[in-house]
Design a protein around this ligand. Structure first.
Ligand code: MG
Ligand code: ZN
Length: 216
């Protein structure tokens, strides 16, 4: 019985996600859903992306956090329209929350919508938001065993950013083990070695992103 209830919730979410996707498509907005553990560097990746591309494309950002608007304020300083969703304890964004955010964004003026999900590698896997691509940010200090611990999230990712590469010499992080674990879970995910601190790999991330975007 409980399983049936869960399925109903998820299919209602999927329905709402499809509506979000239709609305975004109608306005020619390409959307990425960025997931990670807390502290992996989602906001840093978003800020780097805006810095590199704001002269070429227009952005919108949805910031999902359990509480606070610290990240939204940082993004807002870039002159980008941003909507904060405080989930009030819920550990993921769902399609209804995103739908509410969309009605507060100038969709007709946005080329790329970035959704920063709540830091969590478990349940965001179950909640489609209407995105075109899923981006997973992992980071060196978290350890190379993350893909084994959160296989569903890694298997869904279209791209995996391994952030904080600058810390590699200070850890026993095994790059080969990490990358082969990701490869074993996903046959589509590209793995990008990045450091938002030194700028390593940011160009490769930007190139990946531009390849996904419809011509704009
Ligand atoms: Mg953040
Ligand atoms: Zn959750």
């Amino acid at each position: 019985m409980e399983i049936k209830v869960l399925k109903d919730i998820l299919s209602a979410n999927d329905q709402r996600a499809r509506e979000n996707r239709a609305l975004l498509d109608e306005h020619h907005v390409f959307t990425v859903n960025i997931t990670a553990s807390p502290g992996a560097g989602k906001t840093s990746v978003i800020l780097e992306t805006i810095h590199r591309l704001k002269d070429r494309i227009t952005f919108g950002v949805v910031e999902g956090d359990v509480s606070s608007s610290i990240d939204a304020k940082m993004v807002g300083k870039e002159g980008v329209p941003v909507v904060q969703i405080n989930t009030g304890g819920t550990c993921h964004l769902d399609a209804t929350m995103v739908s509410n955010a969309l009605s507060n964004l100038p969709l007709a003026k946005i080329d790329l919508l970035i959704i920063e999900n709540v830091g969590n590698l478990i349940c965001p896997a179950s909640f489609a938001l209407g995105e075109d691509r899923k981006v997973l940010v992992a980071s060196v200090p978290e350890g190379h065993d993350k893909p084994h611990k959160y296989p569903v999230m890694f298997s869904q990712a279209d791209v995996v950013i391994l952030n904080k590469m600058d810390l590699l010499p200070h850890t026993d992080f095994d790059l080969k083990a990490f990358e082969s674990a990701v490869d074993g879970l996903s046959n589509k995910a590209q793995i990008l070695r990045v450091s938002c601190k030194t700028g390593e790999g940011i160009e490769a991330w930007i190139a990946w992103l531009l390849e996904q975007l419809p011509a704009c």
